[in-house]
Design a protein around this ligand. Structure first.
Ligand code: SF4
Length: 608
């Protein structure tokens, strides 16, 4: 019988951009789509994953299609002049008395603001012109309240042409925390890489807490203003006047973006009936109650244009809330959620007509297989306005670990189109995050955002990974830790087992250290970068108080053992007697071979 043959050939998919600016290593690069960063519709594809069949295509429209009604086409432009002219700043003429206020309006009249320049400085893969054009198209926002710009705000951008951003939530609740604690959490979140921070206080002195956070932050601050609207009153008693007054007050304080749950409509509420877990958004549930009590439409929806006027005055950016986001896998991508998303698209268009910057919020709890659809449907219905998603959590049965369940979903969300990821901490669903929860949430989400950027092929996004890989290959532990996101934790974990920087670590030991063996093979590049060359094994420095604390929290070592690690001097080892029992010191290839022979673990490696 003939033996069946199998075709074992393969072909790589088309390549996007290489995330390494010097194309180091052997990987072919990113498989994501090559971006098309052009003004207007022509640039609808920013950094994007290739569409799985059946996914909604990008919108044909941009913010240029939703200009204020009193803007007119200049002579020579108009119907028949072609799509591109429709999108050029030069084609459009605002009314004579028009004065741009928001970043969107400056972009529409072709001005590159100081904030746009700063964004391009912070994201060197973008030029100031590209930042302006993305803002004009509505695909990028620069949340920068004019009041906050007078304090310490360092402008940044959110959009799929830029790197993926991370938001950290904090805020006092009626049962826990204070203003000082929240400011401390703010600084802590900034330290751990949060790109924006939301003050979600529902207790304590809300105004003082917000003021302190805005004044102390270098990152944009977001709030959900409905929380302070109901302090001391029932939601039923809320009036449109109270809403506008509260928004004005927070805008004047310098808040950079507001979550407004205007998309929840009366017509959507019947869709909630069969849900396993109803409405899980605080704002969504409060407004649903208001609508049911009054038998009227959502007042935020009805008064959207008046709200836009307040936003425009200070250049506060909308983060249009998803009040009907699913609260469990069983309710994901349901009629309520998608009906609301359609309304969010309409609200985006109405805000753009008023010159206000917009991002849109998204779910929540979504099975992994539904994430791409959710991202790409938003891109279509909201015409590319930046998508800001919470998680999403990809499973519901790990309370206490939801920073992990959600950062898995967040990575997929970033890759498929989300521009900002709202962190989730281990305390999600369980209580108010404490300082260490803030760190855990930030780290998990920096991982998600960075992984998405590398996968999307954002130029230069992999450079630090490559440097760390070279330091790791050279077994240069000090550089390895300096390049890592959290050097204290990396150093503490290393020294917990082996407080010597040498040519292996305690994970495999000397004889099984594949990195050391690869480094010793002269024909390999591995481990031979001159920049990371090191000379001699040495006892590591005494652990810092931060590193001791990390080990103490792990509870693996006794206090005496931690004290021993902390009490060391920087003495370099000088004799065999000083070496740890498992230590073989840094060896030349011959010695290494002898050692391996002695252990009977010789690895024969020959190159063709
Ligand atoms: S001992 Fe194992 S884990 Fe440690 S450096 Fe070598 S290969 Fe890596």
């Amino acid at each position: 019988m003939p033996i069946p043959t199998t075709d074992r050939s393969y072909q790589l998919p088309p390549l996007g951009q290489n995330p390494s600016s010097t194309a180091q290593g052997t990987t072919p690069g990113s498989f994501a789509l090559r971006p098309a960063l052009h003004p207007g519709r022509a640039g609808a594809l920013t950094f994007a994953s290739p569409d799985t069949p059946g996914m909604p295509a990008p919108s044909e429209k941009t913010a240029w299609d939703f200009l204020p009604a009193d803007w007119t086409l200049r002579p020579g432009y108009g119907v028949g002049a072609g799509e591109l002219s429709h999108e050029q700043a030069a084609a459009w003429q605002p009314p004579a008395q028009f004065q741009p206020i928001t970043q969107l309006e400056f972009a529409r009249v072709g001005v590159i603001t100081a904030e746009m320049k700063r964004v391009a400085e912070r994201e060197p893969h973008l030029s100031p012109e590209q930042v302006r054009d993305e803002v004009a198209a509505g695909r990028m926002v620069i949340p920068a309240n004019k009041v906050h710009l007078q304090y310490q705000l360092d402008p940044m951008a959110i959009g799929r042409a830029s790197k993926t951003k991370v938001n950290a939530n904090m805020g006092a609740s009626p049962v826990s925390s204070s203003t000082d604690e929240e400011v401390e959490k703010l600084k802590w979140a900034e330290r751990w890489g949060a790109d924006t921070v939301m003050d979600l206080s529902t207790g304590g002195d809300l105004d003082a807490c917000r003021e302190a956070i805005v004044r102390n932050s270098t990152v944009p601050i977001g709030t959900v203003p409905i929380y302070s609207m109901i302090i001391g009153r029932r939601i039923e008693d809320l009036t449109p006047e109270m809403i506008l007054e509260s928004l004005k007050q927070q805008a004047a304080q310098g808040v950079d973006y507001f979550t407004i749950h205007a998309g929840v409509q009366r017509e959507h509420l019947p869709f909630i009936k069969q849900r396993l877990i109803g409405i899980v958004s605080r704002g969504g549930s409060l407004l649903a109650k208001w609508m049911i009590v009054h038998g009227k439409q959502n007042p935020m929806y009805d008064h959207w244009e008046a709200i836009c006027d307040v936003m425009r005055e200070y250049d506060v950016t909308f983060s249009i809330g998803d009040g009907l986001r699913p609260g469990g896998l069983a309710d994901a991508t349901d009629q309520a959620q998608l009906a609301e998303l359609v309304t969010l698209g309409e609200l985006t268009e109405r805000a753009w007509r008023k010159g206000v910057q917009v991002m849109v919020e998204g779910p929540g709890h979504v099975p992994f297989d539904q994430i791409e659809f959710n991202m790409k449907l938003q891109r279509r219905l909201c015409h590319g306005a930046p998508f800001y998603v919470l998680g999403p959590l990809v499973t519901d049965i790990f309370p206490g670990y939801d920073h992990i369940t959600s950062c898995i979903g967040a990575t997929a969300a970033g890759y498929h189109g989300a521009a900002m990821l709202c962190y989730v901490t281990p305390k999600e669903h369980l209580g108010l995050p404490k300082k260490d929860d803030v760190k855990q949430g930030c780290v998990a989400y920096k991982i998600a955002a960075h992984a998405a950027d590398v996968a999307l092929g954002i130029p230069g996004s992999r450079d630090r990974d490559d440097e760390l890989t070279k330091a790791r290959a050279a077994l240069n532990w000090q550089k390895h830790f300096e390049l890592s996101f959290d050097p204290d934790t990396a150093r503490a974990y290393h020294d917990e087992d082996l407080d010597v920087d040498t040519d292996f670590c305690a994970m495999c030991g000397h004889d099984w250290c594949s990195v050391r063996i690869s480094k010793e093979i002269v024909e390999f590049t591995s481990g031979k970068d001159e920049t990371y060359k090191w000379e001699k094994a040495k006892v590591t420095a005494a652990l810092t108080p931060e590193q001791q604390e990390i080990l103490a929290k792990r509870g693996v070592l006794s206090p005496e053992e931690i004290h021993r690690l902390a009490a060391k001097t920087k003495k370099v080892m000088t004799s065999e007697a000083d070496k740890a029992s498992c230590h073989s010191d840094y060896v030349d290839p011959d010695t290494a071979k002898k050692l391996q022979e002695k252990q009977g673990q010789i690895v024969e490696l020959t190159l063709p």
